[in-house]
Design a protein around this ligand. Structure first.
Ligand code: AMP
Ligand code: ZN
Length: 467
């Protein structure tokens, strides 16, 4: 398996720390709003990484966290020490407790995971359940001179970590000439970031700590939770490109300074899903949710198909036309699967062998899903032609390839097409009808009905519809 590593800025052959096993952490949702389809692109991406590794025989342990405190509204600019906590803000606006807000949007998130056919993570740690771990880690960082406290706030001293900036390219020299930050009176350097924040009086989320009542910064949460569930060093960390800086840069600094060990081997980042050329985001309000997609007659699988049509390392502009094409592609593959199943176990040359090899090679090359998808669609055209011409070929191998590809792509076979036993009944009924054996035809129609389907006789032949 080859992955592009944001840390080294090149493609690398994947080598796990422990033979046959992969430890993987994917930054999860901040549960203050409905996740949007941009977020889903990030989760489908990490799910595809996992599926590809499992296909190669690795045993993957995936941790996807739930951020339910500490993610500030201005993280990008201010490194988590100004702005408001997103959870607090939403709780106040809806007159609910932050815990109620978190529970509601976390449930919604898990529902979307199921709809999108994302394999469940092995654990979903919540930040609020790991505050003690964070406090311990911050204490270690203060003791070793990497962090300092002032007025109940604790900051990480970025000048104490020589590697700072390696992931994002934002080294301290670069940052000095770049954007100016609003100076925080308690900070030693403008680029120091918050590990712990003193809770303002009106804040409902606060915990006792050696530095007074406060709450953790967003970055320390992911460090504490990933180290807890995957160990000091692990294999893969994923997230969207906006996570590279400051979030992941900060995670590396805190974790390596706290443990003295290398943190993560492979950093993988998906680029953004855009809408009208702009990042789709909750804060901009320019987002679609899964419900918007379904309301327009598309399925979550169509959306997944759309994501696969672009490489994860290229930006993707969301359009309804693109989604319509994705739906067509999904239907093409589904109808081929139906036809192959109906054709049964015919024997002959293995027309799937070469496309399968090419398909797997594309997936192994940094998940080149657009190439893999085009190979699959070409195969579909070839197989349909062979079926039309009644050429002899190995249908079982063709079906096995389709199943394998669906598994790697995480595509559900949506059963709007009738199952094979119902299609068989419909075929029997059709031949009874042609033989003018109407008693048998009616009896078969009843059996089809009992299986939950209706049959309509159209000019193009009988059509099955779900009752
Ligand atoms: P958040 O809930 O904002 O922390 O985001 C959850 C995940 O979705 C993170 O990995 C983000 O990087 C990712 N993400 C957010 N917006 C987009 C987008 N428009 N396209 C792709 N990924 C995104
Ligand atoms: Zn994170």
């Amino acid at each position: 398996m080859i992955f592009y590593n944001t840390l080294t800025k090149r493609k690398e052959t994947f080598e796990p720390i422990q033979k046959g096993k992969v430890g993987m952490y994917a930054c999860g949702p901040t549960v203050y709003d409905y996740i949007h389809i941009g977020n889903l692109r990030a989760y489908v991406f990490s799910d595809t990484v996992r599926r590809a590794l499992e296909h190669e025989g690795y045993e993957v342990r995936l941790i996807r966290n739930i951020t339910d405190v500490g993610h500030m509204t201005d993280d990008d600019i201010a490194q988590g020490d100004t702005g408001e906590d997103k959870m607090e803000k939403k709780a106040r606006a809806e007159h609910k407790s932050p815990a109620e807000i978190a529970a509601f949007y976390e449930d919604y998130f898990h529902g979307a995971e199921t709809d999108m056919n994302l394999l469940p993570a092995h654990f979903y740690p919540r930040a609020t359940a790991h505050v003690a771990h964070m406090i311990r880690m911050i204490e270690t960082l203060i003791e070793s001179g990497h962090a300092y406290e002032k007025n109940g706030n604790v900051f990480f001293d970025v000048t104490s970590f020589a590697e700072y900036g390696r992931l994002s390219g934002n080294t301290l020299e670069q940052l000095k000439v770049g954007a100016r930050l609003e100076e925080h009176p308690d900070k030693r350097n403008p680029w120091d970031f918050a590990l712990w924040l003193k809770a303002p009086k009106e804040h409902t989320m606060h915990w006792p700590s050696p530095w007074g009542e406060g709450y953790p910064g967003w970055h320390i949460e992911c460090s504490a939770m990933s180290l807890e569930y995957l160990g000091d060093s692990f294999d893969i960390h994923t997230g969207g490109e906006d996570n590279i800086f400051p979030h992941h840069e900060a995670e590396i600094a805190q974790s390596e300074c706290a443990t003295g060990k290398p943190f993560v081997r492979y950093w993988l980042h998906n680029r953004h899903l855009l809408v009208d050329g702009e990042k789709m985001s909750k804060s901009k309000g320019n987002f679609y949710t899964l419900e918007d997609i379904v309301e327009k007659g598309y399925s979550p699988t169509d959306l997944r198909m759309l994501f696969l049509s672009a490489h994860y390392r290229s930006q993707m502009n969301f359009t309804w036309d693109g989604l319509a094409q994705a739906k067509k592609n999904r239907e093409t593959l589904a109808s081929l699967a139906d036809r192959l199943e109906d054709a049964g176990a015919s024997t002959g040359p293995d027309i799937a062998a070469e496309p399968r090899e090419k398909f797997l090679a594309a997936m192994e090359d940094d998940l080149n899903t657009p190439l893999a998808l085009s190979i699959l669609l070409e195969f579909s055209t070839a197989a349909n032609t062979a079926l039309d011409r009644k050429d002899a070929f190995d249908a079982r191998s063709a079906i096995a390839f389709l199943k394998e590809a669906f598994g790697l792509f995480g595509l559900k076979r949506e059963k709007e097409s009738a199952p094979p036993e119902v299609r068989k009944l419909a075929a029997l009924r059709e031949s009874a009808r042609l033989d003018k054996d109407f008693t048998a035809a009616d009896e078969l129609r009843d059996r089809i009905l009992a299986a939950g389907w209706t049959v309509e006789d159209t000019a193009q032949g009988p059509k099955l519809k779900k009752k």
